[in-house]
Design a protein around this ligand. Structure first.
Ligand code: HEC
Length: 200
Protein backbone atom coordinates (compact mmCIF):
# COMPACT_ATOMS: atom_id res chain seq x y z
CA UNK A 1 0.00 0.00 0.00
CA UNK A 2 1.23 3.51 -0.85
CA UNK A 3 0.01 6.86 0.22
CA UNK A 4 -0.83 9.54 -2.28
CA UNK A 5 0.04 13.16 -1.84
CA UNK A 6 -2.54 15.61 -3.10
CA UNK A 7 -1.90 18.91 -4.90
CA UNK A 8 -1.90 20.92 -1.74
CA UNK A 9 0.95 18.78 -0.48
CA UNK A 10 -1.20 17.50 2.37
CA UNK A 11 -0.56 13.93 3.03
CA UNK A 12 -3.81 12.03 3.34
CA UNK A 13 -5.21 8.54 3.14
CA UNK A 14 -6.62 8.00 -0.37
CA UNK A 15 -9.95 6.23 -0.78
CA UNK A 16 -8.25 3.74 -3.09
CA UNK A 17 -5.05 1.74 -3.25
CA UNK A 18 -2.48 1.72 -6.04
CA UNK A 19 -1.45 -1.52 -7.69
CA UNK A 20 2.27 -1.90 -7.25
CA UNK A 21 2.68 -3.67 -10.62
CA UNK A 22 0.72 -1.40 -12.97
CA UNK A 23 0.44 1.74 -10.93
CA UNK A 24 -3.32 1.70 -11.55
CA UNK A 25 -6.08 2.32 -9.05
CA UNK A 26 -7.35 -0.71 -7.21
CA UNK A 27 -10.88 -1.21 -5.99
CA UNK A 28 -10.49 -1.20 -2.26
CA UNK A 29 -13.61 -3.09 -1.34
CA UNK A 30 -13.04 -5.97 -3.74
CA UNK A 31 -10.87 -8.83 -2.77
CA UNK A 32 -11.16 -12.48 -3.66
CA UNK A 33 -8.47 -14.89 -2.55
CA UNK A 34 -6.00 -12.04 -2.43
CA UNK A 35 -6.83 -10.88 -5.98
CA UNK A 36 -7.97 -7.28 -6.33
CA UNK A 37 -9.52 -5.51 -9.27
CA UNK A 38 -8.24 -2.43 -11.08
CA UNK A 39 -10.57 0.54 -11.06
CA UNK A 40 -10.26 1.46 -14.72
CA UNK A 41 -12.58 3.72 -16.64
CA UNK A 42 -15.05 2.16 -19.05
CA UNK A 43 -13.55 1.91 -22.54
CA UNK A 44 -14.90 4.65 -24.87
CA UNK A 45 -16.56 2.24 -27.31
CA UNK A 46 -18.63 0.81 -24.48
CA UNK A 47 -19.66 4.30 -23.36
CA UNK A 48 -20.75 5.08 -26.93
CA UNK A 49 -22.67 1.86 -27.16
CA UNK A 50 -24.44 2.76 -23.96
CA UNK A 51 -25.26 6.28 -25.19
CA UNK A 52 -26.48 4.97 -28.54
CA UNK A 53 -28.71 2.39 -26.92
CA UNK A 54 -30.39 5.22 -24.99
CA UNK A 55 -30.89 7.20 -28.19
CA UNK A 56 -32.27 4.09 -29.89
CA UNK A 57 -34.68 3.48 -27.02
CA UNK A 58 -35.98 7.06 -27.16
CA UNK A 59 -36.54 6.90 -30.92
CA UNK A 60 -38.22 3.52 -30.55
CA UNK A 61 -40.53 4.76 -27.78
CA UNK A 62 -41.58 7.83 -29.72
CA UNK A 63 -42.33 5.79 -32.82
CA UNK A 64 -44.13 3.12 -30.82
CA UNK A 65 -46.34 5.29 -28.63
CA UNK A 66 -46.57 8.66 -30.32
CA UNK A 67 -46.60 7.66 -33.99
CA UNK A 68 -47.82 4.07 -33.64
CA UNK A 69 -45.48 3.02 -36.45
CA UNK A 70 -46.89 0.01 -38.26
CA UNK A 71 -43.67 -1.94 -38.49
CA UNK A 72 -43.29 -2.04 -34.70
CA UNK A 73 -46.57 -3.79 -34.02
CA UNK A 74 -46.43 -7.50 -34.64
CA UNK A 75 -50.18 -7.93 -34.86
CA UNK A 76 -50.42 -5.15 -37.44
CA UNK A 77 -47.70 -6.78 -39.50
CA UNK A 78 -49.49 -10.10 -39.16
CA UNK A 79 -52.81 -8.62 -40.32
CA UNK A 80 -51.12 -7.00 -43.30
CA UNK A 81 -49.53 -10.30 -44.37
CA UNK A 82 -52.82 -12.16 -43.92
CA UNK A 83 -54.67 -9.59 -46.01
CA UNK A 84 -52.12 -9.97 -48.80
CA UNK A 85 -52.49 -13.76 -48.73
CA UNK A 86 -56.26 -13.41 -48.83
CA UNK A 87 -56.19 -11.19 -51.90
CA UNK A 88 -53.79 -13.58 -53.57
CA UNK A 89 -55.86 -16.70 -52.88
CA UNK A 90 -59.05 -14.88 -53.81
CA UNK A 91 -57.78 -14.08 -57.29
CA UNK A 92 -56.65 -17.69 -57.64
CA UNK A 93 -60.11 -18.87 -56.57
CA UNK A 94 -61.98 -16.65 -58.98
CA UNK A 95 -60.05 -18.04 -61.93
CA UNK A 96 -62.13 -20.98 -63.06
CA UNK A 97 -61.57 -22.99 -66.16
CA UNK A 98 -64.98 -22.70 -67.78
CA UNK A 99 -66.00 -22.10 -71.37
CA UNK A 100 -66.31 -18.34 -71.82
CA UNK A 101 -69.06 -17.12 -74.14
CA UNK A 102 -68.89 -13.33 -73.82
CA UNK A 103 -67.87 -11.27 -76.85
CA UNK A 104 -64.91 -9.61 -75.14
CA UNK A 105 -63.27 -12.93 -74.22
CA UNK A 106 -63.99 -14.50 -77.61
CA UNK A 107 -62.61 -11.48 -79.47
CA UNK A 108 -59.46 -11.59 -77.37
CA UNK A 109 -59.25 -15.35 -78.04
CA UNK A 110 -59.57 -14.76 -81.76
CA UNK A 111 -56.77 -12.17 -81.69
CA UNK A 112 -54.42 -14.62 -80.00
CA UNK A 113 -55.47 -17.34 -82.41
CA UNK A 114 -54.70 -15.26 -85.50
CA UNK A 115 -51.49 -13.85 -84.09
CA UNK A 116 -49.92 -17.04 -82.69
CA UNK A 117 -51.83 -20.21 -83.48
CA UNK A 118 -52.90 -19.71 -87.09
CA UNK A 119 -49.38 -20.41 -88.41
CA UNK A 120 -49.81 -24.07 -87.55
CA UNK A 121 -53.59 -24.50 -87.28
CA UNK A 122 -54.69 -21.99 -89.98
CA UNK A 123 -56.80 -18.91 -89.39
CA UNK A 124 -60.06 -20.79 -89.99
CA UNK A 125 -58.90 -23.69 -87.79
CA UNK A 126 -58.76 -26.15 -90.70
CA UNK A 127 -55.35 -27.42 -89.60
CA UNK A 128 -51.88 -27.51 -91.22
CA UNK A 129 -48.96 -28.64 -89.08
CA UNK A 130 -51.34 -28.77 -86.14
CA UNK A 131 -54.66 -30.62 -86.18
CA UNK A 132 -58.03 -29.42 -87.42
CA UNK A 133 -60.05 -27.69 -84.67
CA UNK A 134 -63.36 -27.68 -86.47
CA UNK A 135 -64.13 -31.41 -86.59
CA UNK A 136 -65.17 -33.79 -83.81
CA UNK A 137 -61.82 -35.58 -83.65
CA UNK A 138 -59.54 -34.73 -80.77
CA UNK A 139 -56.14 -36.12 -79.78
CA UNK A 140 -56.23 -34.72 -76.27
CA UNK A 141 -59.94 -34.37 -75.52
CA UNK A 142 -62.58 -31.74 -76.23
CA UNK A 143 -63.47 -30.32 -72.81
CA UNK A 144 -62.41 -26.79 -71.92
CA UNK A 145 -59.99 -28.30 -69.37
CA UNK A 146 -58.39 -30.53 -72.01
CA UNK A 147 -57.94 -27.72 -74.49
CA UNK A 148 -56.72 -25.29 -71.81
CA UNK A 149 -54.16 -27.87 -70.65
CA UNK A 150 -52.80 -28.52 -74.13
CA UNK A 151 -52.36 -24.79 -74.67
CA UNK A 152 -50.77 -24.35 -71.24
CA UNK A 153 -48.37 -27.30 -71.25
CA UNK A 154 -48.10 -28.07 -74.96
CA UNK A 155 -47.26 -31.43 -76.49
CA UNK A 156 -43.65 -30.54 -77.07
CA UNK A 157 -42.56 -33.83 -78.63
CA UNK A 158 -45.36 -33.51 -81.24
CA UNK A 159 -44.61 -29.90 -82.12
CA UNK A 160 -47.31 -28.16 -80.06
CA UNK A 161 -45.67 -25.49 -77.94
CA UNK A 162 -46.44 -24.65 -74.29
CA UNK A 163 -47.90 -21.18 -73.84
CA UNK A 164 -47.91 -20.86 -70.05
CA UNK A 165 -45.13 -18.28 -70.13
CA UNK A 166 -46.12 -16.43 -73.26
CA UNK A 167 -49.86 -16.09 -72.56
CA UNK A 168 -51.60 -15.23 -69.30
CA UNK A 169 -54.12 -17.64 -67.76
CA UNK A 170 -56.96 -15.49 -69.04
CA UNK A 171 -55.52 -15.28 -72.55
CA UNK A 172 -55.17 -19.07 -72.66
CA UNK A 173 -58.76 -19.50 -71.48
CA UNK A 174 -59.94 -16.97 -74.06
CA UNK A 175 -58.29 -18.77 -76.93
CA UNK A 176 -59.42 -22.19 -75.67
CA UNK A 177 -62.97 -20.84 -75.51
CA UNK A 178 -62.63 -19.38 -79.00
CA UNK A 179 -61.62 -22.81 -80.33
CA UNK A 180 -64.59 -24.59 -78.75
CA UNK A 181 -67.23 -21.88 -79.15
CA UNK A 182 -66.40 -20.56 -82.61
CA UNK A 183 -63.93 -22.67 -84.60
CA UNK A 184 -65.34 -26.03 -83.62
CA UNK A 185 -68.28 -26.92 -85.84
CA UNK A 186 -67.43 -24.31 -88.48
CA UNK A 187 -66.56 -25.15 -92.08
CA UNK A 188 -62.92 -24.34 -92.99
CA UNK A 189 -61.79 -24.00 -96.59
CA UNK A 190 -59.32 -26.91 -96.55
CA UNK A 191 -59.99 -29.15 -93.57
CA UNK A 192 -57.13 -31.43 -92.57
CA UNK A 193 -57.95 -35.15 -92.27
CA UNK A 194 -59.22 -36.18 -88.82
CA UNK A 195 -56.67 -36.91 -86.09
CA UNK A 196 -57.35 -38.55 -82.75
CA UNK A 197 -60.62 -39.96 -81.52
CA UNK A 198 -64.14 -39.12 -82.48
CA UNK A 199 -65.75 -37.30 -79.53
CA UNK A 200 -69.31 -36.13 -80.07
C1 HEC B 1 -45.54 -24.68 -84.15
C2 HEC B 1 -46.86 -25.12 -84.58
C3 HEC B 1 -47.99 -24.87 -83.61
C4 HEC B 1 -48.40 -23.70 -83.06
C5 HEC B 1 -47.79 -22.32 -83.24
C6 HEC B 1 -49.57 -24.00 -82.27
N1 HEC B 1 -49.84 -25.33 -82.32
FE1 HEC B 1 -51.37 -26.27 -81.40
N2 HEC B 1 -50.72 -28.05 -82.09
C7 HEC B 1 -49.64 -28.22 -82.93
C8 HEC B 1 -49.45 -29.64 -83.17
C9 HEC B 1 -48.37 -30.27 -84.04
C10 HEC B 1 -50.46 -30.29 -82.42
C11 HEC B 1 -50.70 -31.80 -82.32
C12 HEC B 1 -50.07 -32.32 -81.04
C13 HEC B 1 -50.21 -33.84 -80.94
O1 HEC B 1 -50.13 -34.53 -81.93
O2 HEC B 1 -50.34 -34.29 -79.77
C14 HEC B 1 -51.23 -29.26 -81.77
C15 HEC B 1 -52.33 -29.52 -80.97
C16 HEC B 1 -53.12 -28.55 -80.43
C17 HEC B 1 -54.32 -28.80 -79.67
C18 HEC B 1 -54.89 -30.18 -79.36
C19 HEC B 1 -55.76 -30.64 -80.46
C20 HEC B 1 -56.35 -32.03 -80.25
O3 HEC B 1 -56.75 -32.63 -81.23
O4 HEC B 1 -56.41 -32.45 -79.09
C21 HEC B 1 -54.86 -27.61 -79.35
C22 HEC B 1 -56.12 -27.36 -78.55
C23 HEC B 1 -53.97 -26.59 -79.85
N3 HEC B 1 -52.92 -27.19 -80.53
C24 HEC B 1 -54.16 -25.24 -79.67
C25 HEC B 1 -53.24 -24.29 -80.06
C26 HEC B 1 -53.36 -22.90 -79.73
C27 HEC B 1 -54.50 -22.27 -78.98
C28 HEC B 1 -52.25 -22.29 -80.24
C29 HEC B 1 -51.87 -20.84 -80.14
C30 HEC B 1 -51.81 -20.29 -78.81
C31 HEC B 1 -51.45 -23.31 -80.88
N4 HEC B 1 -52.07 -24.49 -80.75
C32 HEC B 1 -50.26 -23.06 -81.54
C33 HEC B 1 -48.84 -27.24 -83.47
C34 HEC B 1 -48.91 -25.90 -83.13
Amino acid sequence: MTTVTDKNQHTQEPDYDIDTLTNEKLLSDHEYDGIRELDNDMPPWLKWLFALSIVFAVVYMVRFWAFRANDLYQHKEFEKEMAAVKIKSKSAETFEIILLQDAVSLTSGKETWLKICAVCHLADGGGLVGPNMTDDYWIHGNTIDDVFNVITNGVIEQGMLAYKDQLSEKQRLDVASYILAELHGSSPANPKEPQGELIE
